[in-house]
Design a protein around this ligand. Sequence first.
Ligand code: PGA
Ligand code: ZN
Length: 436
Amino acid sequence: MSTPADTRIRETRARRLWDSRGRPTIEVDVVLADGSLGRGIAPAGASRGSREAIERRDGGARLGGLDVADAIAGVHAEIGPLLAGRDALDQAGIDAALIALDGTALKSRLGGNALVATSLAVLHAAAAARRLPLWRHLAGEGPVSLPLPEIQIFGGGAHAGRRVDIQDFMVMPVGAADFAQGLAMTAEVYAAAGALMAAAGRRQGVADEGGWWPVFQANEEALGMLVRAIESAGLRPGADMALSLDIAASEFGREGRYRLGLESRELDTAGLIALLGDWLEAYPIVSIEDPLAEDDPAGMAEFTRLHGNRVQIIGDDFLVTSAARIAQAAALPACNCALIKPNQAGTVTETRAALEAARQAGWSTVISARSGETEDVAIAHLAVGWNAGQLKVGSFARSERMAKWNECLRIAEALGPSARFAGRGALPPGARDASR
Ligand code: PGA
Ligand code: ZN
């Protein structure tokens, strides 16, 4: 008979690594008494919500002020001693202790980056001690599914020098029979979009998340190009491959004024809602994220009233993976879907609570990466193990993105024929058919 593993934390170590933009980030190792190792790396956003957990960065002139020496020192001086001897299986207790140790509303003292790397490391260590893949450790006896992927074809906004105002022009393979087919369909569309850009003399490399750099004269041009790319890949826009947008409106709007720099025009809340409404009419869009700015709850509520019955409306900067903010939005009501980013919340337990709050509201959920990413594939496991339904990690290029898609393929293989693909059913009911 095997004795249960000794899951008490023996050691916590932090180090500086580099993210996909070549910027410093923090990695934390947690080692248990039985030798099990868990490792977490903090990702980093570029278009952040103002209420997210705050990253601790050194400031000053070196490395753009982005170094993380202070965050690392905090792990060694305070977090390590706090965790020593604690049971790694008690994720909730450990996360509560981390939150109390930090003591600030937005985790600014020890840093959301130090906390999320630590929290993820504890999670990985617990799975390792149980000799389970992370997705299985998370799922327990609960249902699992491979997520419907949301994949960027053109990157804009803060990820492409603001070359266009809209941040993400994405596709979702709603007609795919399984996850692997969904990725293969996406590969065809990504390649077709690149070929169309090259033929038009507009191919200028890729943006931060691997999507094509958007050399367009107007934001809407990207939508036409997406539809042509889907057709040129031999797929039916809407029925096989639907469109999805992240407007990231907080990046170009505040106090009800929205400045579209590319088109040299300014819209008020009603004007932006009307423009997006026209796009919903003209293109097979099934999902739209942050259509209004984070300081415009009335706009978000109005957009939801008008379109919530036929399109997925995701809150990212607006909800910042906060269970409390999700509950507030549901009461308005505004949004019908929550983007779930572990480093916005700062701990695994709070991330999970945000997901549960969205479910409680009857919403769909999307697990999401950040624009600054690493080889860490934990979010692929969260998407499957928490049965989240959808996964957004950027484009279909560059290994910090592909690592997540590839990890899902490995999980699908491990699940075998019983693997359930969330598919179009992961979208809110009214958004499932964009072929109308
Ligand atoms: P970020 O943005 O990771 O650059 O903050 C991603 C998103 O808005 O979804
Ligand atoms: Zn977003």
